[in-house]
Design a protein around this ligand. Structure first.
Ligand code: G1P
Length: 297
C-alpha cells in the first residue's frame, strides 16, 4: 500500500567526536555551512518533500538543538523595530509550527538502527522518512522530494544511492542490485560497511530513506551487526524478500559528507560560492590561492 510520507526521523544523537573540540559544547548539527546550521538544510529538504512531523532522536548535551527550533520573539521584535525586514524573513523562515517537532532520547549509543527504533511509537503504522543531517545534498530539486516522487510509483522501501570509489565502499551501506532501471535500481542484497574488496557493487546508501513501518518491527528483532551496532541497513535488508521490496534511487545532486572535516569544508566552499553576495569575493580568493600554489610548485 502506498501512502503519503508525512513523518521524518532525524537521528542526531551522535557525539560528533570528529569535530572536537567544537562539539564539546556545540552539537554537530548546529555547526554552520555559511550561516545555516546543518540541521536547517535537513529540515528545509524535509519540508520541500511534504514532511509535516519532524522527529529528532537526540542525546545528552543536545539542548542547543532544541533551543534553535524555538521561536525568538524578542529578536524578531528587535529586527522589526529596526526595519531589518530581510533578516526578519530569514529568521521567520526557520520557525516551526507548534507541535510539529518531537524529541526522543536515545539513552545508549547502540547504532543508527537503534536510534530509528527509538522513534517507533511516534511512527506507528505509517511509511516514514529518515534523514541523516551529515549528508548534505545540493540539488535543484531537493533529494527527498525526488525520492518521494519516485516512491509514489514504487511504494516499498527506498534508499538514496550513489556510486562511490572502490576504496570507499567499506565506509557505507552497499547495495547488491538485481535490476538497473537507470535512476532506480531494484535491490537484492544490502551489506553495512563490507570489508575492503567485498562490496557487491559500487552503489552506496546515502543518508535519505523512505521506509515501511515493518522496518521498525525488523529492528526489534535484529542483533547487532557491523561495528557491534544495531544497523538500519540490516533491518531494511529484511524487507527485500517482502512483496514491496527495496529500491535504490540515484538522486540528481551533489552530496557532501559533512561528517568529515574535508567534506564539511568542501560544502562550505560550494554553498558559499552559490550565494550571490559571496560569490565574487570568494571565487577571487580561491583563484588567488590556487594560482599562488601553482607558482610555488
Ligand atoms: C550511515 C549508514 C550507512 C550509510 C551512511 C551514509 O553510516 O549506516 O549505511 O551508507 O550512513 O552516509 P555512518 O556514516 O553513520 O557510519
Amino acid at each position: 500500500m502506498k501512502r503519503k510520507v508525512t513523518k521524518a526521523i532525524f537521528p542526531v544523537a551522535g557525539l560528533g567526536t570528529r569535530f572536537l573540540p567544537a562539539t564539546k559544547s556545540v552539537p554537530k548539527e548546529i555547526m554552520t555551512l555559511v550561516d545555516r546550521p546543518l540541521i536547517q538544510y535537513a529540515i528545509d529538504e524535509a519540508r520541500a518533500a511534504g514532511i509535516k512531523e519532524f522527529i529528532f532522536v537526540t542525546s545528552r548535551g543536545k539542548g542547543a538543538l532544541e533551543d534553535y527550533f524555538d521561536h525568538a520573539p524578542q529578536l524578531e521584535e528587535e529586527l522589526r523595530r529596526k526595519g531589518k525586514n530581510q533578516l526578519l524573513e530569514t529568521l521567520e523562515s526557520t520557525n516551526m509550527e507548534s507541535g510539529a517537532i518531537a524529541y526522543i532520547r536515545q539513552h545508549k549509543a547502540l547504532g543508527l538502527g537503534h536510534a530509528v527504533w527509538c522513534a517507533r511509537r511516534l511512527i506507528a503504522d505509517e511509511p516514514f522518512a529518515v534523514i541523516l543531517p551529515d549528508d548534505v545534498i545540493a540539488a535543484d530539486k531537493p533529494c527527498l522530494q525526488q525520492m518521494v516522487e519516485a516512491y509514489a510509483e514504487t511504494g516499498g522501501n527506498m534508499v538514496a544511492a550513489m556510486e562511490v570509489a572502490p576504496e570507499k565502499t567499506s565506509s557505507y551501506g552497499m547495495l547488491d542490485v538485481s535490476e538497473d532501471m537507470g535512476a532506480m535500481v531494484r535491490v537484492q542484497g544490502m551489506v553495512e560497511k563490507p570489508p575492503a574488496g567485498q562490496a557487491p557493487s559500487n552503489l552506496a546508501v546515502i543518508g535519505r530513506y523512505i521506509l515501511s513501518p515493518s522496518v521498525l518491527t525488523n529492528l526489534q528483532k535484529i542483533k547487532s551487526g557491523a561495528g557491534g551496532e544495531i544497523q538500519l541497513t540490516d533491518a531494511i535488508a529484511r524487507e527485500i524478500e517482502n512483496e514491496n521490496g527495496v529500491y535504490g534511487y540515484r538522486f540528481a545532486g551533489q552530496r557532501f559528507d559533512c561528517g568529515s572535516k574535508s567534506g564539511f569544508l568542501q560544502a562550505t566552499v560550494a554553498f558559499g560560492l552559490a550565494r550571490e553576495e559571496l560569490h565574487d569575493d570568494l571565487s577571487a580568493y580561491l583563484h588567488d590561492i590556487v594560482t599562488m600554489g601553482k607558482a610555488a610548485e
